[in-house]
Design a protein around this ligand. Structure first.
Ligand SMILES: [Zn+2]
Length: 312
């Protein structure tokens, strides 16, 4: 073999090995492959540095699950460098505007994004003054009456101009934990929780050995039906202080309740989000109240923060 041939062979071997390790890296499924990103750490108030509720779960370099699409989340999605083509599921905790209002912007933007496969959208059932997930999509993108019927190619228009469809899944009105999505790397379960009288769900994502729980907006009722061996990340909505009034407490968890639920879920890292003017500036007191029962790590979320197991 000539020296040149040996060199070429060595070069080929090196590039193949590099390609293989890159492939393995992109495809690996272990707790360190997973990241949770906060797109919107705010609530419904307009603030200069917080989008409304929204999160991503990343596996390696792909954002594969999005939870809620509150106002401002479409710009944060772009800033996170996530790609709409990578999403495997979009979950809505409920349909208050601060959790859902950027959906049309994201769908319109996806026209330019090259997604080729349908996107499953999971969310609550209907009740008197809230639509089901199907009804929500219908009201936005339905061919006949949708507010954005010009985007109905993504939903129920048979012209098939768009490259993919939104597929709604209405989660049932039952108190037990429901498995709603499953593939070889991930399962997603929904747990009905109480948020006043609005149908609302918390989500449990088991992915590559990690368990991530998103509380959504809730007063905490419902978590007693959820039993988990461990929760690596619990993203809890800290929308009210301990001193909140009766009505606010029907909708949201107090810090003391967050601590109790974090303990019940065997949480390792608690992330406080959905931050509002009434809780901003009270973080130290909030932590103290939570630490009455919960002894693990507590993080206070800001937009675009990324949480992973190595981040401690
Ligand atoms: Zn909210």
């Amino acid at each position: 073999m000539t020296l040149l041939k040996i060199l070429l062979k060595a070069l080929l071997y090196t590039s193949l090995t590099m390609a293989n390790s890159l492939l393995a890296n992109n495809d690996s499924c272990q707790p360190s492959s997973v990241k949770v990103q906060v797109l919107g750490s705010g609530g419904p108030e307009l603030t200069i540095d917080r989008a409304s509720s929204s999160y991503l779960v990343w596996l390696n370099d792909k954002a594969i699950v999005m939870i809620d699409t509150g106002g401002g989340s479409s710009m944060r999605f772009a800033q996170s460098k996530a790609r709409w083509t990578d999403l495997q599921a979009l979950l809505f905790t409920h349909f208050h505007a601060d959790h859902s209002s950027d959906l049309p912007a994201l769908i319109k933007a996806s026209w330019f994004g090259g997604r080729q496969r349908d996107l499953s959208i999971f969310g609550p059932f209907a009740q008197d003054f809230m639509p089901s997930t199907t009804g929500f999509l219908q009201s936005l993108f339905g061919e006949k009456k949708g507010a954005y019927q010009y985007l109905s190619d993504f939903y129920d228009n048979d012209d098939e101009v768009a490259d993919y469809r939104l597929i709604p899944h209405d989660i049932e009105n039952i108190t037990g934990t429901q498995l709603i999505f499953q593939n070889d790397k991930m399962t997603i379960s929904a747990q009905q929780v109480k948020h006043g009288s609005i149908p609302a769900f918390a989500y449990v994502i088991n992915i590559c050995g990690l368990t991530v729980v998103f509380s959504g907006d809730t007063n905490g009722d419902g978590f007693e039906n959820l039993t988990l061996a461990k929760t690596d990340f619990f993203i809890a909505h800290n929308a009210i202080p301990e001193s909140a009034g009766r009505i606010a407490k029907l909708l949201h968890m107090t810090p003391t309740q967050i601590g109790e639920i974090a303990k019940h879920l065997n949480t390792r890292k608690l992330i406080l989000s959905h931050r509002m003017n009434r809780t901003l500036g009270k973080e130290e007191l909030t932590k103290k109240l939570i630490q009455k029962t919960y002894k693990g790590d507590i993080f206070i979320a800001n937009d675009l923060d990324i949480f992973e197991l190595e981040s401690d």
